[in-house]
Design a protein around this ligand. Structure first.
Ligand SMILES: NC(=O)c1ccc[n+]([C@@H]2O[C@H](COP(=O)([O-])OP(=O)(O)OC[C@H]3O[C@@H](n4cnc5c(N)ncnc54)[C@H](OP(=O)(O)O)[C@@H]3O)[C@@H](O)[C@H]2O)c1
Length: 326
């Protein structure tokens, strides 16, 4: 079975199918290691977000690559995201400008609404305590119009959504002048999101799978805010995946990523470990056969396997636009 190296986006833009994720990398040295390793190995797609608080470090590394002449801006596909405090028509432009300034770029390739629920914003207070955060009333159509204006202004090549459900995407499609190019959602062997993927592909947008390895580092975030650790799905040690990996002399991570590529998805594995960054993009020289794909399909757990449920911000749960089951 084939797996595309690039996905076609509107305007002739090509999105590389393996992307390096950068959530939870807040240390400058770790960003340098991760990005320099990834770029040397041929990664050309980087995922960040205003909320990850690392855009300025990424901008610095990118400048070094550009000024040394090793890469040109147009060689890269850069994605960043409107934070939850920006999900309001009055704040879209302000936040994309902040991201561009941080990243030291004139434009990004893809700008995503990070989450379908907006949080109140107080100037200068970008990261208030999670328990104190208050939500905004929903105005997805108004926010989307402002997202479209960012394309018109040349600040982003394309726009898209993250963590939206079918109903919410459909509402945007009803009024959109510029259709979403992409939906980014948690998606892995245990949480396959088949209905959502079918809907997106039918409507012509690319689905990007975040936490493709099941986010084994998630409890680090809970620990930082003093929350109880969560029981995480452990796909890296799943016996079925191990068996398939052994047959191909690959790792379980590589099998999970290859599975997503063969489903016509883009995957964003995150790592700060050079050996892992290397294996995570080494997934184009083998292929899963129909029986192996079926065995992986059968591992679906569904909603219970969701890791990034955003429940660490209690106010989100009570909002009518909270996108996942509670
Ligand atoms: N839109 C959203 O709301 C959203 C939410 C979550 C994530 N994302 C994006 O998606 C990216 C990836 O998701 P994620 O960070 O949640 O989880 P992930 O990529 O599924 O897992 C990352 C974790 O797996 C480890 N790892 C990476 N490669 C490995 C390998 N080959 N073998 C064993 N372990 C490996 C990493 O450890 P080391 O780093 O220590 O090597 C890290 O702890 C994020 O970084 C972010 O860019 C978006």
């Amino acid at each position: 079975m084939a797996a595309k190296i690039f996905k076609d986006l509107p305007g002739g833009l090509k999105m590389p199918a393996i992307e390096i994720g950068t959530w939870q990398i807040t240390d400058e040295a770790d960003i340098e290691t991760a990005l320099n390793t990834a770029l040397e190995l041929g990664y050309r797609h980087i995922d960040t977000a205003f909320a990850y608080e690392n855009e300025h470090f990424i901008g610095r590394v990118l400048q070094e690559w550009f000024s040394s002449g090793k890469l040109k801006r147009e060689d890269l596909f850069i994605t960043t995201k409107l934070p939850l405090q920006g999900v309001h028509p009055d704040r879209v432009e302000m936040f994309i400008k902040k991201s561009l300034e941080n990243l030291k770029l004139d434009y990004v390739d893809l700008y995503l609404i990070h989450f379908p629920v907006g949080l109140k914003y107080v100037e200068g207070e970008t990261n208030p305590s999670l328990v104190d955060m208050q939500t905004e009333p929903e105005d997805h159509v108004g926010v989307w119009k402002k997202m479209e204006e960012q394309v018109d202004a040349g600040r982003t090549k394309t726009i898209g959504l993250a963590n939206f459900n079918v109903r919410q995407i459909d509402r945007i499609l009803q009024s959109a002048r510029i259709k979403p190019a992409c939906l980014q959602v948690e998606l892995h062997v245990y949480l396959q999101q088949r209905e959502l993927v079918k809907f997106c592909l039918q409507n012509g947008f690319v689905v990007v799978a975040y936490s493709p390895l099941g986010c084994p580092g998630y409890n680090k975030s809970l620990e930082e805010i003093g929350a109880e650790p969560k029981k995480l799905p452990d796909m890296l040690h799943d016996e079925t995946i191990k068996k398939i990996a052994t047959k191909h002399t690959k790792s379980t991570a590589q099998v999970m990523l290859r599975y997503l590529l063969q489903r016509d998805l883009v995957a964003i594995p995150k790592s700060v470990t050079p050996a892992r960054i290397k294996v995570n993009i080494d997934v184009f020289d083998f292929s899963l056969d129909a029986a192996e794909v079926k065995a992986l399909d059968d591992l679906e757990v569904g909603e219970e396997a969701r890791v990034c449920d955003f429940k660490i911000i209690p106010a989100l749960l009570n909002h009518p636009e909270f996108p996942f089951s509670k």
